[in-house]
Design a protein around this ligand. Structure first.
Ligand code: PGA
Length: 251
């Protein structure tokens, strides 16, 4: 049985003060939380402060990005060594905003995947198609190629620790969600691809999250799908009440 994983990607939002207030409230409200993982992704500036609040609680935390080298002359970058140093559990890699706005290629994402796994962090690898690719019937081809290129030279053990987030670009921040059935179909395709690249045992361990306009009112029907193991939530994770409602989804 795969453990559900609900993650809040705050993107470029929240000061240190707001981030700390948020996680303090989360820790209090979710201390009885069932057998699941709840992860927040603050901006880099708030990571250390958040780490201090959530230590020894059931709230996990992660980084929204990182560079693939451990140290050196890379002005403005944050390394996996620095993230591991403050106890980061997860790192989001290949988010479509980084692919589209910041020009990250599949090859760069692959280097970052290897670096994160080397430092024992769990990557959440984001894949997703654009609207025109879906309309042309190319959605599966796009996802397949992202997976093959982003997962190159990742071992079976490393793959089993990886989380995949299926985030169709047309659903991110638009209020449009993939129908639960369409999302489930793509998740099944992703799991099938992992079987072909690895094997059934590994594929059965990999958690696949859905992302794109997840809200308190649609989390239940999404999580009811057999292939959906969690959600990567953007906008609706910024407000603590809304994120708690999502984390406490009931089937
Ligand atoms: P959204 O973002 O929930 O605001 O659509 C999801 C994401 O980008 O991870």
């Amino acid at each position: 049985m795969r453990k559900p994983i609900i993650a809040g990607n705050w993107k470029m939002n929240k000061t240190v003060k707001k981030a700390v207030e948020f996680v303090k409230e989360m820790v209090e409200t979710m201390n009885d939380c069932p057998d699941m993982e709840i992860v927040v992704f603050p901006p880099f500036t708030a990571l250390h402060a958040v780490a201090n609040v959530v230590r020894d609680t059931n709230i996990l935390f992660g980084a929204q990005n990182m560079y693939y080298e451990s140290a050196g002359a890379y002005t403005g970058e944050i390394s996996p060594l620095m993230l591991a140093d403050i106890g980061v559990h997860f790192v989001i890699l290949g988010h479509s905003e980084r692919r589209e706005i910041l020009g990250e290629t599949n090859e760069i994402i692959n280097l970052k995947m290897k670096a994160a796994l080397n430092y024992r962090m769990k990557p959440i690898l984001c894949v997703g198609e654009k609207l025109e690719e879906r309309e042309k019937g190319k959605a599966e081809d796009v996802i397949h190629s992202q997976l093959v290129r982003n997962l190159q030279d990742i071992s079976k053990d490393e793959m089993a620790r990886t989380v995949i987030a299926y985030e169709p670009l047309w659903a991110i921040g638009t209020g449009k969600t993939a129908s639960p059935e369409d999302a489930n179909k793509m998740h099944a395709f992703i799991r099938g691809t992992i079987i072909s690249l690895y094997d059934k045992r590994v594929a059965s361990m990999v958690r696949i999250q859905y992302g794109g306009s997840v809200r308190p009112d649609n989390i239940g029907i999404l999580m009811a799908q057999p292939e959906i193991d969690g959600a990567l939530v953007g906008g609706a994770s910024l407000d603590v009440e809304s994120f708690v409602k999502i984390a406490r989804y009931t089937l």
